[in-house]
Write a protein that binds this ligand. Structure first.
Ligand code: NAP
Length: 248
């Protein structure tokens, strides 16, 4: 029978989609390590809620995933406390929007360092133990913007498109060891990230969504939880859009 995951690490689990992913995995009976950058109280509340929803163990753990040293320390600490990591969800992400001609180099670098290199560092840190146990699930949060591009988001789009290449390469490399690697690409989801958008941009985006509404974090989390489940054992290297039809 297909092995079932027991221990998950979710980056950026303190808010938005990451929070919903932590809760969905807890409801499937997994222990959950809730990573955060600065929102300690929020992350601790998510960990408490995970326990209420069925996680045998759940705790908050601080690390800036843009720093590879902190990522190694994060994965070591989580592996020690949970006894290993079966599911890695690379969810942490940031935006630093601006038009190409005006985009600061520091804004380009910051977005790539968190969204793309952060995911790479986390994958590298969990891959060896997952290979040893010959089982693992990695889910990376890309975006429809990585598939279609977006005005004012050259850095973000590059990071999210890069994640798709990273996912497919890792899927090929790790398949022989029972590890699947997939992307979920959300469209326009109601979180702090999109709350910051001006009303005119929101209205324009709504017009591009065939289902005619924003998505909920829980709707993205359901797709992530499915890809982490035994039912998704034969799915790897895929990009699952959860976008109300935006990117079709
Ligand atoms: P959000 O509400 O802004 O939350 C971002 C999360 O990432 C927070 O938990 C934050 O931690 C964490 N984080 C940021 N930088 C970090 C770092 N360097 N190290 C560790 N954690 C860090 O974002 P969201 O809207 O839920 O988005 C989650 C993911 O989905 C992102 O990768 C995003 O690009 C992607 N996505 C979102 C949408 C959307 O419409 N919302 C659409 C497509 C894709 P703190 O709370 O500690 O700051």
């Amino acid at each position: 029978m297909e092995q079932t995951a027991k221990r998950a690490l979710v980056t950026g689990g303190s808010r938005g989609i990451g929070r919903a992913v932590c809760l969905a995995l807890a409801e499937q009976g997994l222990s959950v390590a809730v990573n955060y950058a600065g929102s300690r109280d929020a992350a601790e509340q998510v960990a408490e809620e995970c326990k209420r929803r069925g996680a045998p163990e759940a705790f908050a753990v601080q690390a800036d995933i843009a720093d590879p040293q902190q990522v190694r320390a994060l994965v070591d600490a989580v592996s020690e406390r949970l006894g290993g990591v079966d599911v890695l969800v690379n969810n942490a992400g940031i935006t630093r929007d601006g038009l190409l001609l005006r985009m600061r180099e520091s804004d380009f670098d910051a977005v790539l360092a968190t969204n793309l290199k952060g995911a790479f560092s986390c994958m590298q840190a969990v891959a060896r133990p997952m290979m040893k146990q010959r089982w693992g699930r990695i889910v990376n949060l890309s975006s429809v913007v990585g598939l279609r591009g977006n005005v004012g988001q050259a850095n973000y789009a590059a990071s999210k498109a890069g994640l798709i290449g990273l996912t497919k390469s890792a899927a090929r490399e790790l398949a022989g060891r029972g590890i699947t690697v997939n992307c979920v690409a959300p469209g326009f989801i109601e979180t702090d990230m999109t709350a910051a958008l001006p009303e005119s941009v929101r209205a324009d985006l709504l017009g591009q969504i065939p289902l005619g509404r924003l998505g909920a974090a829980e709707e993205v989390a359901a797709a992530v939880a499915f890809l982490a489940s035994p039912q998704a054992a034969y799915i790897t290297g895929q990009v699952l859009c959860v976008d109300g039809g935006m990117a079709m």
